[in-house]
Write a protein of this length. Structure first.
Length: 432
């Protein structure tokens, strides 16, 4: 059995894709069994060989005591017997699934797949993708048949970037397999590194749908609060005050308004919408939620410019400072950051925008979005200050700090996450 061979180090486990999902999994397994970590980016491989996490999530100590080989050479995968595919599954400019990374990873595995091997996908996909899109590639390139010659499973990733409490070991792992034997072996293998245990899903499609609904549920609920916020704004009612009051009821779901970016909540629902359309069903609730959340950046940008005009200033040539560029607090990841939508909307009114962020990389921002960071904000310069991400570095700032940055000692404070609610007394203040 593959579990016994892995545990005795007679077999190797390989992780395909060493991003913010794949690397932590690879390192956890490498504390117990032999692991090969594969990524197509040689620069990232070189960093990991030097105990550096390219995603800036893990300390160098996380690499210590690990039996792992980092490689970009497919030949190093030939003696791997249990493959975990953890590559991104993004969307394209038309909000349609971009399966190329997971299909490419399938081609890589298919070229080295042997009888008795296991392949488990962790990449988020629509129900049916593993068996309908990935397995045919594995079979074609290997000349083998699923279930008869090799086993396939699906186990959705549940990693939360920046979260040091909910980790691989503490989050229950949903697992699935193509038959009863594979389900048992996959579950036992993951239980080597997941202290919280595993939940054995009824099928691969159930496990795929499980991941999609987790993030779609959050997206829909956040969209409801975002729409609620826009309505309350027209009545000059602070949303956070309302949520604080409503939250006193035991069964009130505590979601807050904001920008919905990142690799999961803002992406996964589109996979389900796509699959539903293929089946002849046009999603209304899910698509509506995506519309609301995708347009929040534009809404916040317009409100920022509106507040500048209310100060009696001309938007043309005005200056705005945006604090925070990552997709969420206390992480360095800028991919799919919706702060970018706010910036572009503001710039559309010929307003000059400066951006600062203690975690983001200026070169990466320039590469991804065409703008970089400034080292320090200019004093007595800005007509509006947008606190876009609630980094811990921003939590203890006070109104006097913002006054030093304000032009003519007055600037509109746009507090997307309500971080300074009740703390700004003199400056014009707005939050969702």
């Amino acid at each position: 059995m593959i579990y016994d061979k892995l545990k005795s180090k007679e077999a190797k486990l390989g992780v395909i894709g060493l991003g913010y999902v794949g690397l932590p999994i690879a390192l956890e397994f490498a504390r117990s069994i032999k692991v090969v970590g594969f990524d197509i980016n040689q620069k990232r491989i070189d960093m990991m060989r030097n105990n550096q996490d390219p995603s800036n999530e893990l300390e160098s100590s996380a690499f210590e005591g690990c039996d792992i080989q980092f490689t970009a050479d497919i030949n190093d995968l030939k003696d791997v017997n249990f493959f975990i595919v953890a590559v991104p599954t993004p969307i394209n400019s038309n909000n349609l699934p971009d399966l190329e990374p997971v299909l490419s990873a399938s081609r890589t595995v298919g070229k080295v797949l042997k009888k008795g091997d296991y392949v488990v996908y962790e990449s988020t996909v629509y129900p049916g993708c593993t068996e309908d899109d990935c397995v045919p590639i594995l079979e074609e390139l290997s000349g083998l048949k699923m279930t008869t010659d090799f086993k396939v499973g699906y186990s959705p990733e549940r990693i939360n970037p920046g979260d040091k409490n909910h980790t691989i070991r503490t989050i229950m792992k949903v697992v699935s397999g193509c038959d009863a034997e594979s389900l048992d072996q996959i579950a036992k293998t993951y239980e080597l590194v997941v202290d919280a245990g595993t939940h054995r899903a009824a099928s691969i499609k159930v496990a795929e749908a499980c991941k999609i609904i987790e993030n779609t549920q959050r997206d829909v609920n956040i969209a409801l609060i975002n729409e609620f916020s826009m309505i309350l704004n027209k009545m000059d009612i602070n949303t956070y005050d309302v949520l604080e009051s409503a939250g006193t009821k035991w069964n009130f779901l505590k979601f807050t308004p904001g920008l919905v970016g990142g690799h999961c909540i803002s992406v996964d629902p589109y996979y389900l919408v796509y699959k539903a359309k293929k089946l002849g069903y046009d999603s209304r609730v899910i698509s509506g939620a995506r519309f609301v959340n995708d347009n929040m950046g534009e809404h916040i940008g317009k409100e920022t410019v509106k507040r500048i005009i209310e100060l009696g200033r001309n938007a043309l040539g005005a200056r705005v400072l945006v604090m925070g560029a990552t997709f969420k607090e206390d992480v360095s990841d800028v991919r799919n950051s919706k702060i970018v939508d706010v910036i572009r909307e503001i710039e559309g009114f010929s307003v000059k925008v400066d951006v600062i962020d203690p975690h983001a990389d200026s070169e990466e921002l320039m590469h991804e979005y065409g703008f970089g960071l400034i080292e320090q904000p200019e004093l007595s310069t800005y007509d509006a200050i947008v606190i876009g991400v609630s980094h811990k570095e921003y939590s203890n700032l006070d109104e006097s700090y913002f006054k030093t940055l304000a032009k003519d000692k007055t600037a509109a404070i746009i507090d997307i996450k309500g971080l300074y609610r009740g703390k700004i007394k003199d400056l014009p203040y707005w939050s969702l």
